[in-house]
Design a protein around this ligand. Structure first.
Ligand SMILES: Nc1ncnc2c1ncn2[C@@H]1O[C@H](COP(=O)(O)OP(=O)(O)O[C@H]2O[C@H](CO)[C@@H](O)[C@H](O)[C@H]2O)[C@@H](O)[C@H]1O
Length: 471
C-alpha cells in the first residue's frame, strides 16, 4: 500500500511535542512492514534542512484567496529516516524558524494543505490512503472531496489521527476564501459552532478517525473542547489505536544522547551514573530520589500545579527529594518555576526551554517522572520513562490509564492517582518516596517496567488493517 502522511511535525526534522515523535516513527515501521510510507510536511528553516540533501520533485503554482504563489516539493535524497520525506517550500510563508506561533498561522497551514492537495493531483498514481494528523492537516479530507479543482481525487480514502483535540485551528468565515473554490452546499462540512473548524471538518469528512488511545476516545465524548456531540455522532467511524514508541531512538542501551548507556542487567549502575551527571549539572543531591517533569508547561499537562506540588512536598513530606523540571509554555508558570530557584537547598532546579538531549538524560537519570496531566491523549513520556527504568507518577486519564498499572495492583509498577490537584500529586510523591526506600520493591518495579512492550509493531498492524478496510 502507498500511504501519505500529512503533518506539521516529524522528528527529527521538526518537533514541538509528541506529534513529531509519532510521525517520525509510524511511517518507518509501516515501511518495515512492507508498505510504501511517505511523510509530507512544511519546509521550515531547521537544522535538518541545512544538514541534508534534497531533490526537487515537483514545482507548482497555486493560491490562497487572492495571494498567488509558487511552491516547490523537495524530497530528502537517501530516505535516511526510513521512509520518503517530502517538504513543501512556500517562500516567505512556511520557511520560518518556528513551527507554530505566528500571526498568520491560518494562512500558513492553509497554504501548506492546498499545496499538498495540488501536488497529489499531479501524481500519476494516487496514494491508497492519505493519513492526516491533527488540525494542521484537517482541511485536506474536505478539499479532496469538495473542491472543484480536485474532483479527480474525491475517491481517495482518508484517515484522521487526533493527537490532541484541544487545538482545533478555528477560522472565521471570511477566511473561507483561502480555500480553493468548493461546493457551497457542503459548507456544513467545514463548520462547527459558527466558524470553520478544521479539526471538526476532518472528523466529518475523513473516512476513518483514530485517537491515540482507547480511553481518550471515550473521554472525547464528554470532554473535547466543544466537539463532544460530534464525537458522539461520529463514533461509528472512530477507533482508538495506542501509540508505540520508537525503540530505535528511545533505547537506553544505544541512546546517543546519553554518555552512560545501560541495559536491564546494568540498570542500577547505569542509572546511577546518569543521575550523578544530572545532579552535578543542576546542583542537586544525588542521595535523594529525583523527580522530573518533562513537557509543555500548559494547563493540559497540569504544569500550573508544579510550583505548589514542589513547595508542599518539601513542607509536608520534608526535603527528602529533588525536583528537576524541563519545559516551556505559559509565561506565569515559567516565571514561578524560575522564581523558586533561589529557594533551592540543592534539591530543586529547572530548565526553561526545549532541549532534546537533556530530556533523554532526564529519562535516564531520574528515579521518578511526574505526569499529572488533566488531558493526555496517549502520552509518550511515561512510555519512554518506563523503558529507561524511571517510575512514572500519572493521573488516571487517557493513555496514561491505558499504559500504567499502579504498584498496589497485582504486577503493578507505577503510581497512579485520580485528581489533578496539588494534594493528590503530593500524595503520589509521598508514595514514591516510600517505594524508593523499599529497595527490593523498587528494583522489581523497575525491572518489570523495562520489559514492557510498547513497540510500534502491534499498532502498525492495526493501522494497516484500518487502511485495508477502506479499499
Ligand atoms: N521542553 C522539552 N524539551 C525536550 N523535549 C520535550 C520538551 N517538552 C516536551 N518534550 C518531548 O515532547 C514529547 C511530548 O510528548 P507527549 O506525547 O507526552 O505530549 P504532547 O502533548 O506533545 O503530544 C500529543 O500527541 C502525542 C502523540 O500522539 C500524545 O502522546 C499526547 O498525549 C498528546 O498530547 C516527548 O518526546 C517529550 O520528551
Amino acid at each position: 500500500m502507498e500511504i501519505l502522511h500529512v503533518s506539521a511535525e516529524c522528528y527529527p526534522v521538526a518537533k514541538a511535542g509528541g506529534l513529531g515523535d509519532v510521525v517520525g516513527a509510524l511511517p518507518k515501521y509501516q515501511q518495515d512492514a512492507g508498505h510504501q510510507a511517505k511523510v509530507v510536511m512544511p519546509m521550515y528553516r531547521t537544522k535538518f534542512l541545512y544538514n541534508n540533501d534534497f531533490d526537487v520533485v515537483h514545482k507548482g503554482y497555486t493560491n490562497i484567496g487572492d495571494y498567488f504563489f509558487d511552491y516547490t516539493i523537495i524530497k530528502e535524497k537517501t530516505n535516511k529516516l526510513g521512509f520518503g520525506l517530502y517538504l513543501v517550500d512556500v517562500n516567505g510563508l512556511l520557511d520560518r524558524e518556528k513551527i507554530y506561533g505566528y500571526d498568520d498561522d491560518v494562512q500558513r497551514f492553509t497554504a501548506f494543505q492546498v499545496c499538498v492537495v495540488d501536488w497529489i493531483a499531479s501524481w500519476q498514481f494516487k496514494p491508497d490512503v492519505v493519513h492526516v494528523h491533527d488540525y494542521h492537516a484537517g482541511l485536506i479530507p474536505f478539499m479532496l472531496q469538495y473542491c472543484y479543482r480536485y474532483n479527480q481525487l474525491a475517491s481517495i480514502p482518508t484517515v484522521l489521527t487526533i493527537h490532541n483535540a484541544q487545538y482545533q485551528g478555528w477560522m472565521t468565515w471570511e477566511q473561507s476564501t483561502l480555500l480553493p473554490p468548493y461546493d457551497e452546499w457542503k459548507r456544513g462540512m467545514l463548520e462547527w459552532g459558527n466558524s470553520i473548524n478544521p479539526l471538526a471538518s476532518a472528523i466529518k469528512c475523513a473516512s476513518k478517525v483514530t485517537t491515540v488511545s482507547n480511553s481518550y476516545l471515550d473521554e472525547l465524548k464528554y470532554m473535547s473542547n466543544g466537539l463532544e456531540a460530534l464525537f458522539e455522532y461520529e463514533k461509528g467511524k472512530c477507533v482508538g489505536i495506542l501509540n508505540g514508541i520508537d525503540t530505535q531512538v528511545w533505547n537506553p542501551e544505544t541512546d546517543t544522547y546519553i554518555k552512560h548507556d545501560y541495559s536491564l542487567a546494568t540498570v542500577e549502575e547505569g542509572k546511577a551514573k546518569n543521575k550523578a551527571q544530572l545532579c552535578e549539572t543542576f546542583g542537586l543531591d544525588v542521595n535523594k530520589p529525583l523527580f522530573v517533569f518533562i513537557g509543555r508547561l500548559v494547563g493540559e499537562k497540569a504544569a500550573d500545579l508544579l510550583p505548589n506540588v514542589i513547595g508542599d512536598s518539601f513542607y509536608y513530606i520534608g526535603r527528602r527529594m529533588n525536583f528537576l523540571i524541563l519545559g516551556s509554555g505559559e509565561p506565569e508558570v515559567e516565571a514561578r518555576l524560575n522564581g523558586m530557584m533561589p529557594l533551592s537547598q540543592n534539591d530543586y532546579s529547572c530548565y526553561i526551554g526545549y532541549n532534546e538531549g537533556l530530556s533523554h538524560l532526564m529519562y535516564a537519570g531520574a528515579d521518578f517522572l511526574l505526569m499529572p496531566s488533566r488531558v493526555e491523549p496517549c502520552g509518550l513520556n511515561q512510555m519512554y520513562s518506563m523503558r529507561y527504568g524511571t517510575v512514572p507518577l500519572v493521573r488516571n486519564t487517557g493513555g496514561l490509564r491505558d499504559t500504567v498499572k499502579d504498584i498496589g495492583e497485582e504486577n503493578g509498577y507505577g503510581i497512579v492517582f485520580n485528581n489533578a490537584s496539588v494534594g493528590d500529586v503530593c500524595n503520589a510523591v509521598w508514595r514514591a518516596c516510600d517505594l524508593y526506600s523499599d529497595k527490593s520493591l523498587f528494583t522489581k518495579a523497575r525491572a518489570q517496567m523495562m520489559q514492557l512492550d510498547f513497540s510500534w509493531e502491534t499498532s502498525v498492524q492495526q493501522y494497516l488493517a484500518l487502511y485495508q478496510s477502506l479499499r
